[in-house]
Each structure stands twice: as C-alpha cells, then as structure tokens.
Write a protein that binds this ligand. Sequence first.
Ligand code: CDP
Length: 227
Amino acid sequence: MVGRIIAIDGHASTGKSSLAKKLSNEFNCTHINSGSMYRAVTLYMINNNLIKYIKSDTNYLISKLNDVKIEFRKDGGKLKLFLNGENIEKDLNSLVVSNEVSNIAAVPEIRAKLVKLQREIDRSNGIIMDGRDIGSVVFPNADIKLFLTASIEVRAKRRYDELIKKGANVTLNDVIYNIEDRDLKDSNRKTSPLIIDDDAILIDNTNKTISDQVRMIKEIIQSRFYN
Ligand code: CDP
C-alpha cells in the first residue's frame, strides 16, 4: 500500500469508518475519518456558543475558525484527533453534533481549511480516507474509490445500536431523521456535494457483513496493487 490512496465515500452511517479501520489494520496503512474533522469543528462551535451564527452571521463564525486547531497525534500506533490539544473523539458522534454537522460542512471556508489538512497528512505508508468528497475533491486521483450505501432502515439501526451502547438517550426515529436530513443536505450543498464519482465502485452493504466487505475489497486491492 506504500504511497497508495483509497477513498471511501458514501451515505451517512454506512460503516465507512469501520470498514476503513479494518482495512488499514490489514494493510498497515493510515486511516483518516474526515467526518471526524467536520464533527470536531461542529463540537467547537457548539461548545463555544457560536453555532447560533451558522445562518444569521456566517462570516462571524468563519472569523472564529482561526481558534480551531485540529491535529492528529499518534497514540498506540493509531492517529487520534485532537481539538485544541484535547482528545475529544468520544464526544464526536453524539446526536447533538450530528444534528449540526451538515450545516457546518456546507460552509466553503470550513471545507477549504479541512481539505488542506487532509491533503497534508503523511501518506507515505498508504492512506485510507473516508468521507463525502474524498474521491471527488480531496484525492481525485485516488487509486481506488469506493462509494458505500445501504437501506435507511439498516443504517439507522446500526447507528442507533451504537449510540444506545454508549448510553445515549435517543430514539430510532431521531436517528432516522438525522441520517435522512444529512444525506439530503450533503447531496445538495453547493460546495463539494456528495456524488458517486464515475470511477467509484458502488457497494450496497444492506445485506453484507463487515467481513464480506473486507474480503471483497481485499480482492480488489490485491488485483490492483499486487498483480
Ligand atoms: O459516520 P457518518 O456517516 O455518520 O458521518 P461522518 O463521516 O462522521 O460525517 C459527518 C458529516 O460531516 C457528514 O454528514 C457531512 O456533512 C460532513 N462531511 C463532509 O461534508 N465531508 C467529508 N469528507 C466528511 C464528512
């Protein structure tokens, strides 16, 4: 995988990160969940009472971006996301953050800042990055582009179970609403909307386990990189 790039894009809660994580372990390469970066900016804006300006005074919100420092630090061989020096990964998947993140991700200046960071990450060992615009914008020359989708029922149930396990107080309907709302916003925003690239491999994982998907993608990697 040395120097190779795999882009995994797709609809909300399709298991992109879980898949990327497993593949990065198998191939000993870097994994970056770009969604966590948009979530970190959102968390900052919520915690600092700035999220209310998202529509009313976007320029003010943008002016605060300089105060947001996002970095990845190695911890136990893996990269962990730090926001202004603090590991906040456990707070990123809450529904409070999920309900605002697509509005934050639609702001071009925020995207520009994060895309720049994504392109600066060391890819010498090979990188698997997941998100919404990785194959279309961040790395249009990626070696392999995947696009994941699944039925809304299956996606919502997976995310709901995850949240409940963490002790969150949410209903399945809250999760369905959030996922549908994010897909709609992510697909319709002006800057870098979620699209299925012409050269992306479309995977509907409604009826596929994570092991099925890993097996399938390992075959693609073997045939493209090692034959
Ligand atoms: O894991 P899940 O599919 O729920 O979402 P995520 O990957 O954590 O991304 C959260 C949100 O960040 C998405 O709904 C998008 O609004 C935004 N995002 C984006 O715009 N571009 C990316 N490359 C990654 C995420």
